[in-house]
Ligand binder design. Structure first.
Ligand code: HQG
Length: 186
């Protein structure tokens, strides 16, 4: 039994299938797919108790056909609008010379050891401007700005993509290409 009306339920699904699958403990597979059972279980952990039949009804009734099941019916995805990168449709691009990544101090020792890892996402997310990176870092606490020598990493074979909403993406940034920006004392 769902406790949200159809519109709120659709927004809840969009949020997680397009932007924040990790909010339901999910990671999108190539193409943006997630298992239907995993999605229903993830929804339940957030208090959204939805049956498979109710999900099917929502998918069928959606005016913009925002969601689709795969031919086996075992997986579902948002048809478009992802801010998380899905494997389809991203062509490698030459990045700007410098890119930025916002993080927090607690992550620095690991980043210095192993570089920037994609963690739960499909790629490491980088910004072309420092302000955006700072804002991303501030989601987790006092932001620490890292500058990425993207030109040199690209020259060394690093592959970069840009998402539809302008985020630069790459698989891994070894620590040799990461420069810690010392903030001016306050
Ligand atoms: C850190 C939002 C330890 C990394 C925003 C970050 C963004 C490491 C966290 C988008 C590490 C991952 C992405 C390592 C990286 N050891 N920690 N080796 N390497 N980290 O959220 O870049 O809301 O997955 O610094 O707008 O913060 O999803 O990545 O703090 O564009 O639409 O591990 O998320 O967009 O966190 O944010 P995230 P992010 P959406």
């Amino acid at each position: 039994m769902a406790y949200l009306d159809q519109t709120r339920l659709s927004k809840f699904l969009s949020l997680h299938l397009r932007h924040n699958p990790s909010g339901l403990g999910l990671t999108l597979e190539e193409g943006g797919w997630v298992g239907v059972e995993a999605l229903l279980a993830g929804c339940a952990t957030r208090g959204v108790h939805l049956t498979r039949a109710e999900l099917e009804q929502l998918v069928a009734a959606d005016a913009k056909q925002r969601y689709a099941f795969d031919p086996t019916g075992t997986r579902i995805r948002a048809q478009q609008g992802h801010s998380v990168p899905v494997a389809l449709g991203l062509a490698p691009l030459v990045p700007p010379a410098l890119l930025y990544h916002g993080t927090v101090a607690a992550a620095l020792p690991a980043i210095q050891r192993e570089g920037l890892q994609k963690m739960q996402r499909h790629h490491v997310h980088l910004s072309s401007d420092a302000e955006t990176a700072r804002r991303v870092g501030s989601r987790r606490g006092k932001p620490v700005l890292l500058t990425i020598d993207a030109a040199r990493l690209h020259a060394a074979g690093g592959i970069f993509y840009q998402s539809g909403n302008g985020v630069w993406l790459t698989d891994h940034v070894p620590s040799a290409y990461v420069v810690l920006q010392r903030e001016a004392p306050e």
